[in-house]
Design a protein around this ligand. Structure first.
Ligand code: MG
Length: 389
């Protein structure tokens, strides 16, 4: 029987590529959910004929219902709608590719309903890593990483003893500003920051890749997904984005996963695991690349990266705080309210501005999230970040 999947975030970059994979491999789509792109969501719904559709933006609910009035598709809305879709008994797997912290509750809901998860929403693990991993363990649910680096690590772990893993090597493309000095970053524009050399992605993650916050979030994500000590994770800048990550075992053997930089490969592995079938992408030709390079990241220039690593070393609510502060700062940058380097200044300032507090339940995560967002908004109001734009 064909696998069934619900796709949260279906109109985004990961969501649309996931649907290509579903189409290619006859994965039946039970439900689709999007933030607010009613046009594309309607097109997807008509093509894939899911039983349910969710629209996060409640203002678009009536419009979405009207658009699908001639079909049998049931329309849900808001965060409750996303959660309802996450828990549908008809789906074997839930792909969560929602952007940001808002993805956490649907992930927890899917886990509680016993659904396996293909996780593309890294904020889920950054903000609620402990909660999510312990809930998954309790429910016997598998979390398949969709992030290319974590998919690579997951692939490198197949067939080996987890207890003999000594460390993971998380590769980073370095983003569009690799090699630049802090001063050079002062004049970076929004267009520069949105222009990633290797990957085509949504706006939030593209900015996160330029600040290297994305690698910081992935560092935290790796810690939770693979139950690592932060000291076991090494970040290596690899400009070509061909080696998607590697693992080292106790015998110092290093196993890496390689492939072209196309998210459809990790998306497909998460959806078809453990099967490997031809992916709707192109083959890797190593000789086309000729040489692959590896360098150390610049933690001083890319302050978001060092802040994220420091946050997971401290633990408690710090990872959630830096993540939420980053979401607010990136939003402000995309709205031309602050400069590029202000993102790193704001995110790292969180570490000095909050006391340690524990995360034991979902409410603790939400409290830290609200506190960090208020802190950032206040800081932007109080400081003239626009000056350095
Ligand atoms: Mg990644």
């Amino acid at each position: 029987m064909n696998k069934t999947a619900s796709i949260l975030g279906s109109t985004g970059s990961i969501g649309t590529q996931a649907l290509e994979v579903c189409e290619k491999h006859d994965i039946r789509v039970t439900a689709l959910a999007a933030h607010s792109s009613t046009d594309l969501l309607e097109q997807q719904a008509r093509k894939f004929k899911p039983a349910y559709v969710g629209i996060y933006n409640e203002k678009k609910y009536v419009e979405m219902k009207e658009r699908l009035a001639d079909t049998d598709i049931k329309v849900f809305c808001g965060i409750e709608g996303l959660c309802e879709i996450a828990a549908l008994p008809q789906s074997d797997i839930v792909l969560n590719s929602v952007v940001g912290m808002v993805g956490l509750l649907p992930t927890l809901t899917a886990i509680n309903a016993g659904k396996d998860i293909a996780l593309a929403n890294k904020e889920t693990l950054v903000a609620g890593g402990e909660l999510v991993m312990s809930a998954a363990k309790e429910k016997g649910v598998r979390i398949y990483p969709v992030d290319s680096e974590h998919s690579a690590i997951f692939q490198c772990l197949q067939g080996n003893k987890r207890s003999q893993l000594s460390k993971v090597i998380l590769t980073a493309s370095g983003g569009p500003f690799f090699g630049k000095s802090y001063d050079e970053l002062r004049s970076v524009s929004k267009a520069d920051a949105l222009n990633h050399p290797n990957w085509s992605m949504g706006n939030k993650i593209t900015i996160d890749s330029a600040t290297l916050m994305n690698k910081g979030l992935e560092f935290i994500e790796a810690k939770w997904l693979f139950d690592l000590n932060p000291k076991q994770i090494e970040i290596v800048v690899h400009r070509q984005s061909i080696v998607h990550s590697a693992v080292e075992y106790d015998d110092y053997s290093v196993i890496a996963q390689l492939g072209v930089p196309d998210m459809k490969i990790p998306i497909q592995y998460a959806l078809l695991y453990p099967d490997r079938k031809p992916c709707p992408t192109w083959r890797l030709s190593l000789t086309d690349y000729g040489s692959l390079t590896f360098e150390k990241p610049d933690y001083e220039t890319f302050r978001c990266l060092s802040a994220a690593v420091e946050a997971i070393n401290r633990g408690g609510s710090y990872p959630c705080l830096v993540n939420s502060a980053n979401e607010e700062a990136v939003r402000a940058f995309l709205h031309d309210e602050i400069s590029f380097i202000s993102i790193g200044e704001i995110v790292s300032s969180v570490l000095d501005s909050f006391e340690f507090s524990d995360i034991v339940c979902y409410e603790d995560v939400m409290r830290a999230d609200t506190a960090a967002r208020n802190y950032v908004r206040e800081k932007i109001r109080a400081n003239d970040y626009a000056d350095s734009k």
